[in-house]
Every structure is written in C-alpha cells, then in structure tokens.
Design a protein around this ligand. Structure first.
Ligand code: F6R
Length: 241
C-alpha cells in the first residue's frame, strides 16, 4: 500500500486527477471505477478542467459506479447518475452508453445486481476510485458480521442515512436501500485509489489502514489488495503512525 500525504486538498485532487489522466494516456480504452460523495468532487473538477484544455479524452473509456440509491430516478438531484452527469459525464466526451451505474429503479433489483456483475466480469476495472465512510464503509458495504462479495441490495445503516441527510431536505427523504458493488467486486479492480480528506476521517483512516482486517471495518480489507494508493490530506492522516 502506497500512502501519499498532502498539506491541502487541492494538491491531493491534482494528484488523483494526474493518476487517472496517466491511465487514460497509457490505456485510452481503460475501465474506471467511480465513487460519489463529497470527497471526489474536486477530482472530477480537475478532470473536467483538463478535458476542457484538451489534455485528456474519455471517448474510449468505460466507467462503473460503486453504488446507487434504490427508488431515485436519474433525474433526481440526489441520485448518483445525476451526480455523475452533473460533476463529470456531461462536461466530457464520455460515451454515455459506456457509463454504468446500478439502476435503482429496476423492477427486479436482484436481477439488476446480477446484470451489473456480468458487465463487471466483461469489463474488469483498471482503477477504482474510493472514498471512505466514517464507519469504514466502502461503496455501501456497511460494517457487520459478514460482507458480501458481489453486487447486492443493502439496507442502509442509520448512521449512513444520517451522514447523507445533508444532501436531502430531511433525513426522512434519504432512501433506505441501495445497490452496491460488493467488496469482492471492488477488490477485483487492478488498482485502487483511496482518497480521504478531513479531520473527521482521521480515526477511520487509522482503523482501516493500520488496524486489523475485519468486516467491522470494510475498508480494512483494502490491506489485502496488492495495488492500493492512498491519498490523504494532513487532517485525515493525523492519527496514522
Ligand atoms: C459513494 C461511496 C461512499 C462514499 C463515502 C464517503 O459512492 O462510495 O462510500 O465514498 O460515504 O463519502 P464522502 O466523500 O461524502 O465523505
């Protein structure tokens, strides 16, 4: 595991965008794994800026998102499809047909999970961008006695719904379920880029990267992957030995 620390968020976002750009140059038809949430927004901004300057192209790339809420249409401002359109896809030359996000309004959600896994099997992820939740979740893989390998339907923990309530008018509006790639699918990515900022994540960063590998902290499973790069700002890294 390669850990890189940055004094500020801007330098960290630049480094993440640089790594993604390098991959696009080396392998224009690469498959990128994307995350949502507040952490990657600055990275997407950098990528959009570089695209506008003609420094990169997504025309031959594919993307998979980690997760999607159940019950939100793609026009709902809090759906992850909307987020990706808003922050990245519509500002670049991504071919929309090659951008995959679980369909949270599929009539048969189990069948949708299986469909997503077959797409992932067909197009292995070259680089998976990840954020981390305060409870150690990755995607919507929540801490528990066990974890699921494949894409699956999850019931969101109260703390995750509470953390995400800031994006909705009220906590009650936060969906109760989501579809997420499983830890197995995430760990199949050829490389992983974990990005964490802020003092509120310092404890979980320490737990995930320096603590025991346990389902009680799903992110700790990243310690088992051979090619993980972690980008931390000074606040997020302050509890790491
Ligand atoms: C969302 C996702 C989540 C977030 C995590 C951190 O696609 O994968 O696991 O990465 O909840 O969210 P932020 O970045 O908002 O702190």
């Amino acid at each position: 595991m390669k850990i890189k620390r940055f004094t500020g968020k801007a330098a960290l976002h630049t480094e993440a965008a640089k790594l993604i750009t390098q991959l696009l140059k080396d392998k224009p038809d690469c498959t990128l794994g994307f995350a949502t949430g507040s952490t990657p927004i600055g990275i997407y901004e950098q990528l959009v800026g570089m695209y506008a300057k003609g420094r990169l192209s997504f025309a031959r790339a594919r993307s998979f998102n980690l997760d999607e809420y159940v019950g939100l249409t793609e026009s709902h401002p809090q759906s992850y499809r909307y987020y990706m359109q808003h922050h990245l896809f519509r500002h670049t030359d991504f071919d929309q047909r090659n951008t995959y996000i679980p369909n949270g309004i599929a009539a048969d959600l189990e069948a949708e999970c299986r469909r997503y896994d077959s797409l992932l099997a067909e197009h292995p992820i070259d680089l998976q961008l990840l954020g981390i939740g305060h409870n150690g979740h990755i995607g919507f893989n929540e801490p528990g006695h066990s974890l699921t390998g494949e894409t699956h339907l999850v019931t969101l923990k109260p703390e995750t719904r509470a953390a995400n309530a800031r994006f909705f008018d009220s906590e009650d509006e936060v969906p109760r379920q989501a579809i997420t790639m499983g830890m197995g699918s995430i760990l199949k990515a050829k490389s992983i880029l974990l990005v964490v900022t802020g003092a509120d994540k310092a404890a979980v960063v320490n737990e995930a990267l320096a603590g025991p590998i346990t389902t009680a902290c799903p992110a700790s499973l990243l310690q088992t992957h051979a090619n993980v790069t972690v980008l931390l700002d000074a606040d997020a890294g302050k509890e790491l030995p």
